[in-house]
Ligand binder design. Structure first.
Ligand code: MLT
Length: 208
């Protein structure tokens, strides 16, 4: 791959009929973090899992932030564009359909940014504990793209008003958004896995 490349793991599909997953880890994670989650959510799907290229005190992330919940929005734009380029290259190299993102925390935020900035990159997204990534996003046209947004009622990082705003931003851009607020904090719970798996299962049945 070119200079646009990310350190990543790729696991080919072992079954047919499910969209590939683009796994996007949270702050301090890496390309190995979400492989297990990907397998639970969509057994047999191809998994593409890049490592974020920004380091914050040694912790990989997908874009720079100025403080917790305060983003360097120029960097968000630039990194979303880089990630979009990586996905395009990986699709060619591995022969993949457009992936569905499964992003957690910082990974969910870059996935939300990708939807708004590069709407053709993703076939859909599961956003786990996501927040609004850009204060003034461009007018995206998401044409019915499916998005599952799972938020935590007691999330100390993402206030409920912020995830509600993200849901309406994405719906306003034409995405088919399902937003559920779980009795959880910022960490994932079993309910996230079950809801994500059921949602992907329905999506795979729709496109089959
Ligand atoms: C972010 O920086 O993307 C959010 O604050 C979530 C996090 O990574 O902690």
């Amino acid at each position: 791959m070119t200079e646009n490349s990310f350190v990543h793991r790729f696991e080919p599909a072992t079954g047919a009929g499910s969209p590939p997953l683009l796994l996007l880890h949270g702050t301090g994670g890496d390309e190995n973090d979400l492989l297990g989650l990907g397998k639970m959510v969509s057994p047999g799907a191809a998994l593409l899992s890049p490592r974020g290229r920004v380091l914050e005190h040694g912790m990989p992330r997908f874009f720079r932030r100025l403080a917790e919940g305060v983003f360097d929005e120029d960097d968000v734009r630039r990194r979303a564009h880089e990630l979009g380029g990586f996905v395009a290259e990986a699709r060619q190299r591995y022969g993949l359909a457009a992936p569905v993102a499964v992003g957690f925390s910082n990974g969910a935020n870059i996935a939300a940014a990708l939807l708004l900035l590069e709407p053709d990159v993703l076939a859909g997204a599961i956003l786990l504990r996501a927040m609004v990534p850009l204060s003034d996003p461009p007018k995206a046209e998401l044409g019915g793209k499916p998005v599952l947004l799972l938020s935590g009622q007691a999330d100390p990082i993402v206030p409920p008003s912020n995830s509600a705003k993200l849901a309406s931003l994405l719906s306003g851009a034409g995405a088919r958004v399902e937003h559920k607020v779980l009795p959880a904090g910022h960490q994932l719970s079993q309910a996230d896995v079950t809801l994500a798996r059921d949602w992907i299962g329905k999506l795979a049945a729709e496109v089959a």
